[in-house]
Design a protein around this ligand. Structure first.
Ligand SMILES: Cc1cc2nc3c(=O)[nH]c(=O)nc-3n(C[C@H](O)[C@H](O)[C@H](O)COP(=O)(O)OP(=O)(O)OC[C@H]3O[C@@H](n4cnc5c(N)ncnc54)[C@H](O)[C@@H]3O)c2cc1C
Length: 410
């Protein structure tokens, strides 16, 4: 009841929110409420790992998700009938900001922000009942089975095959670069169930339990030394037809719906970027010292100032896009622009961090699984990890193609 009242109240402030980034009295109260809860409930050991850019595993993410779900804050972007908070876009940003300030782990976004909205929009009532509550309460972690060795930028080229056999599809083929497949309970996968005039036709979306017989996960260790990525092999894996989302062969529509959300995902990381920028500034001030390094220090601080101002601009752009998404208005070029700009921005930010703090770490760098420097921030692995930003979710070149096609035609 208390929450419903708060919700109506905040909705009334929407136009005011558009005019100003500063909190109104109601929003300040909301910020305080979220801060008090987060400070009291987000486990200290998890926060310490996040603060030092050590690897955050599924366990940490789900532990925090369970706590948020119990509070009723598990899905800030979902409709209220599916356990969403009903918060305004501005409130969601405040929630993201507070979480970044307190170094909370990232949301399990593959479930909450990718397949969750797809199920809400296109899933059957049975699928919604079976999967949405388990995403919300942190029971299931999901991974994304899109890319294949011959289908990355050209995703529609995918060849993992699903053949109907009674009430099941029998799946054979391979996915690659599957983030956290080794820690997931479920995968949403694009598979080929037929061929049409165009290669985008004949693709279906299946929900596949990761413990299915015939499914094998093999690790890929990335340049940062951590194990996020995997290859996933399917040998006669049986998936019930009931686990196909929407119509057979029509998944390209759902895949694009999902990719738009994936490419807007970095907007939720703006607050984390601001916290990171602040830490990089502190790092420059403590590590790049002395008269001999004065020029270097000034150059790093200059680069950082440019990153700061771009972050502010992108935040506004991101808010507008997410407002449009929430109101079912077309998002146009925003997902590609945001994906492109954030990739470059986070790379620049972590490059400055690595230049200021990573040099010493580079000298004794051995690829870590749980952190090579347990007592300090991992500037170097974080810098290395961020190289992938301009690749995952669609490369920067592909985003530029999409933007230019939209602006100038084919
Ligand atoms: C850290 C990380 C996590 C990932 N997580 C997942 C995941 O969880 N699930 C998943 O399904 N996938 C995931 N991916 C895969 C990612 O989506 C693909 O790597 C990406 O789409 C690029 O595909 P590719 O690797 O096959 O490269 P390719 O498509 O082979 O591209 C190679 C190069 O050619 C360029 N190129 C290709 N086509 C064009 C073109 N038409 N015009 C101009 N340049 C072009 C690309 O920009 C790139 O530089 C992840 C990747 C990384 C690095």
């Amino acid at each position: 009841m208390e929450q419903v009242e708060a919700r109506c109240h905040f909705r009334g402030n929407q136009s005011q929110e558009n005019l100003s980034m500063s909190d109104t009295a109601d929003l300040a109260e909301f910020r305080q409420e979220v801060s008090d809860f987060v400070a009291a409930n987000c486990p200290a050991d998890i926060r310490a790992r996040v603060a030092s850019y050590h690897k955050i595993g599924v366990e940490d993410q789900l532990a925090w998700q369970r706590i948020l779900a119990q509070k009723g804050w598990g899905a800030s972007t979902w409709p209220v009938e599916w356990g969403g908070t009903g918060w305004s876009v501005r409130q969601r940003f405040i929630f993201d900001e507070v979480q970044a300030e307190f170094d909370c782990p990232p949301a399990p976004h593959q479930g909450l922000r990718h397949i969750g909205p797809v199920l809400i929009a296109f899933g059957s009532p049975e699928q919604q009942q079976a999967f949405l509550p388990r995403i919300l309460d942190g029971s299931d972690f999901w991974c994304q089975g899109y890319s294949e060795p011959n289908a990355g930028s050209d995703l529609a080229n995918l060849g993992t095959n699903a053949v109907l056999d009674g009430d099941d599809y029998v799946v054979n083929g391979q996915k690659i670069w599957t983030t956290q497949a080794h820690e997931s309970q479920m995968m949403f996968a694009l598979v080929r169930t037929g061929r049409g005039d165009r290669k985008q036709h004949g693709i279906s979306l299946l929900l596949i339990p990761m413990d299915s017989p015939g499914l094998e996960v093999r690790p890929i260790i990335s340049i940062d030394g951590w194990h996020h990525l995997n290859e996933v092999f399917f040998t006669d894996v049986r998936v019930p037809v009931a686990n196909r989302v929407g119509d057979e062969g029509a998944a390209w529509t759902y895949a694009k719906f999902l990719l738009d959300r994936e490419r807007l995902g970095p907007v939720h990381q703006v607050p984390g970027g601001a916290v990171l920028a602040r830490r990089v500034r502190e790092l420059i001030e403590t590590e790049v010292t002395g008269p001999a390094r004065q020029g270097e220090r000034a150059a790093l601080l200059g680069r950082l100032a440019r990153v700061d101002s771009r972050l502010m601009g992108l935040r506004r752009l991101g808010e507008e896009a997410i407002e449009a998404l929430a109101a079912d208005r077309p998002v146009g070029l925003s997902p590609s622009v945001i994906k492109l700009a954030f990739g470059a921005l986070f790379q620049e930010l972590t490059e400055i961090g690595a230049e200021a703090g990573g040099r010493r770490q580079a000298l004794d760098f051995t690829p870590p699984e749980q952190g090579n420097h347990p007592d300090e921030a991992e500037w170097l692995p974080n810098f290395l990890y961020q190289r992938a930003r301009t690749i995952f979710g669609g490369t920067s070149e592909v985003q530029r193609n999409l933007i230019s096609r939209r602006l100038f035609g084919n």
